[in-house]
Write a protein that binds this ligand. Structure first.
Ligand code: IVH
Length: 673
């Protein structure tokens, strides 16, 4: 046969791409870069486009193809796909082994393989003369659904077998598990949440859903993976005689096999393997729910046979469950040491993996909303290793009527102060600097280097001061004396007097350091310095309105709002008074500002949504150009910058005949001069 140049090149490209695929997806040992792979694939696509006759059905370009199916045809298993009996503890494993020896007529130890039980879906792949011709689900074990087009999208399933040394079988049914990696699952869900879609519940269901897609393009998007672990019919010259040989045989044919499988020669080794992977399961990038133990010798397997669908030659050791369903009684909130409101689930007690679970984390409001979790739901709870149990999501079929959407409390459940939850931020926070839940962290921060720099008050002393009841807010630091400090555990006279010296010295650090030390949300060291310079005293700052704060360079609406909210809390104001009474200097040399720039001396008002700028960004640009930003339109307003869905401020501006700018107009103005 004479090959055309195009055919020769196409063959070469296919061989190189198949090799690259095999190294990447089966051996986990890629040898060419993604970019090189893409370039080869691109060349092959172009070649096949120009010379349709060189395209073959097993070309790497042909993974995602065919029209969407309307239903799946039947897929008949010539040899039934069996299931497995379960063992839940060591004694059941020993009973399995005893029966194998008795029915198999074996004296002494039986050789077994131990394989991880991958938590996905069993599928069967038909290869004729080395080519993948069809594939189907397990179904009832005798008849499943034919899902060839979807299986072809799985990159660890070869479209054609390799003949590494030996001969490729004339026919083989390769069986194994289609599954979704945890990392792929996380990536898929992150993308879904971004698109405002409900995240998938778990990798297994997501894989199952992927295989049942009518359109192979959608199946391909789930990036499923595959591990082979068995064979149905084999027509080959020298077929494997043990399970261990079968795994090696499959691997040689280019089919992916899990690397953790072992062959053992005694039950003791089986038990050691099971225990090891019960520990290691969290570290794997795929979910396993147990270990499958198989008699290694295929002739002995045949002799043992099966009862119903369960072979007598294999058993599944099931790990203790990690997931359970229970009722979500209520959603409560605790307050973290930085003031975050952390919602958690109060559950009807449920046993998971040998532990009774009554609480589980719900992370934050976004998590609750995007997973549509509501009090009263039956929910799935997962407990992985030592990690805090987590509510995965509701079982929607079991939802009873209309349950109300969850709302975060607007006041702190610990101290009752206002809660701040800025738009676009994940966590809501308590605004009270004296809130007991945050006290240790507040004291530690106040005393830290960048703040009041009180050497000696670190994590440990901060905790001791709060626990002993000596400190209820940071102003109490200034009421400490030698006697009080010496009453604390492990406090020596020398270190106590050092701490007192440091406390006394901290009184004169000035307003900027105090402001930073107070831990007002969004007021870091730099903003504290700006505000201190512009306002000169804590009283002036505490009395400032949002508009007045916005006039400070670099202070945007969110920061202004946060400052006003902080000083609106009576406990915070009382604490500031106590700091003053203790002699803490809360003044700063006032910086005179003579605004310069194209907007010097001009006040602008922002309304509506601008196409490319957030409010903060626009405000920042205006301030940087010497202007001020105000939230109210008046005769003094120089310009109103209006975006999409501008409201009453725009109307007011029109009424007062104030010039109105869009984003482009604002930019032009900023660039003038
Ligand atoms: S062997 C008799 N090996 O577990 C042979 N099954 O509960 C039956 N599974 O339907 C299959 N990993 O979906 C076997 N290494 C493994 C497995 C495995 C996962 C699944 C498979 C099967 C189910 C049986």
């Amino acid at each position: 046969m004479v090959l055309t140049a195009a055919e020769r090149r196409a063959r070469e490209l296919r061989a190189r791409l198949d090799e690259a695929n095999y190294r990447y997806h089966v051996l986990d040992d890629p040898q060419i870069s993604d970019a090189d792979y893409d370039a080869l694939l691109r060349e092959l696509l172009d070649l096949e486009e120009a010379h349709a006759e060189v395209r073959t059905p097993d070309s790497p370009t042909q993974r995602v193809g065919g029209a969407p199916a309307s239903g799946f045809p039947e897929y008949v298993h010539v040899r039934p796909m069996l299931s497995l009996a379960n063992a839940f503890d060591e004694s059941e494993l020993l009973a399995f082994d005893a029966r194998v020896r008795k029915l198999g007529g074996v004296d002494g130890d039986v050789a077994y393989t131990c394989e991880l039980k991958i938590d996905g879906l069993a599928v069967s792949l038909r290869y004729d003369e080395g080519r993948l011709t069809a594939g189907g689900t397990r179904g009832d074990g005798t008849v499943g659904e034919e899902i060839t087009a979807n299986l072809r999208t799985i990159k660890s399933i070869p479209l054609s077998l390799r003949d590494a040394g030996g001969a490729v079988p004339r026919h083989i049914d390769v069986r194994g598990e289609a599954y979704l990696r945890k990392s792929d699952f996380a990536r898929l869900n992150a993308a879904r949440v971004k698109q405002g879609l409900r995240p998938f519940e778990n990798p297994r269901n997501t894989a199952a859903g992927g295989l049942r897609q009518k359109d192979p393009k959608l199946a391909a998007q789930r990036s499923l993976s595959f591990y082979a672990y068995a064979a149905g019919e084999i027509d080959a010259d020298d077929p494997p005689r043990t399970q261990w040989e079968l795994l090696a045989y499959l691997q040689r044919l280019g089919v992916r096999v899990n690397e953790h499988a072992v062959r053992v020669s005694s039950m003791g080794e089986v038990i050691a393997f099971v225990e090891r992977f019960e520990e290691l399961r969290e570290t794997l990038d795929y979910e396993i729910d147990g270990v499958v133990i198989k008699v290694d010798d295929l002739a002995l397997q045949a002799k043992l046979g099966s009862i119903g669908k369960d072979p007598r030659w294999a058993v599944a050791y099931k790990f203790r469950a990690r997931e359970a369903r229970t009722k979500l009684l209520s959603i409560e909130v605790n307050v973290g040491r930085t003031g975050t409101l952390n919602p958690y689930a109060v559950l009807e007690p449920v046993r998971i993996g040998g532990v009774t679970v009554t609480n589980a984390t719900l992370h934050n409001l976004d998590y609750i909303r995007s997973n549509d979790i509501r009090a009263g739901d039956v929910v799935t709870v997962i407990r992985a290793g030592d990690v805090i149990p987590r509510v995965v999501g509701p079982v929607l079929e079991l939802r009873d009527g209309d349950l109300p959407l969850y709302e975060l409390p607007t006041t702190c459940p610990v101290c009752g102060a206002d809660v701040d939850h800025p738009e676009g931020e994940v966590m809501a926070r308590c605004t009270n600097a004296t809130c007991p839940a945050q006290l240790v962290e507040r004291v530690r921060h106040f005393a830290s280097r960048g703040a009041m720099d009180i050497e000696g008050i670190g994590d440990q002393l901060a905790a001791a001061l709060v626990e002993s009841g000596l400190v209820h807010d940071v102003s109490d630091i200034y009421a400490l004396d030698l006697e009080k400090l010496l009453a604390l555990p492990r406090m020596a006279e020398k270190s106590a007097s050092n701490v007192l010296t440091a406390i006394a010295a901290s009184k004169s650090r000035g307003l900027a350091r105090v402001l930073f030390g107070l831990g007002i949300r969004m007021v870091g060291g730099q903003n504290a310095a700006i505000l201190a310079g512009d306002f000169g005293s804590i009283d002036a700052l505490a009395a400032a309105t949002e508009d007045e704060l916005l006039a400070s360079e670099g202070i945007g609406p969110e920061i202004a709002r946060s400052v006003v909210l902080f000083f609106a809390q009576e406990p915070n104001r009382a604490m500031v008074r106590r700091l003053r009474d203790a002699g803490v200097d809360m003044t700063a040399p006032k910086r005179e500002r003579a605004p310069v720039g194209p907007l010097a001396g001009k006040t602008l008002v922002l309304t509506g949504t601008l196409p490319n700028l957030t409010r903060d960004e626009a405000a920042e640009m205006i301030v940087a150009a010497g202007g001020k930003v105000s939230s109210a339109v008046s005769k003094k307003t120089a310009y109103v910058v209006a975006g999409e869905e501008a409201g009453t401020k725009l109307a007011k501006a029109e009424q007062l005949a104030i010039p109105i700018l869009d984003e482009a107009g604002l930019r032009a103005l900023l660039e003038s001069e």
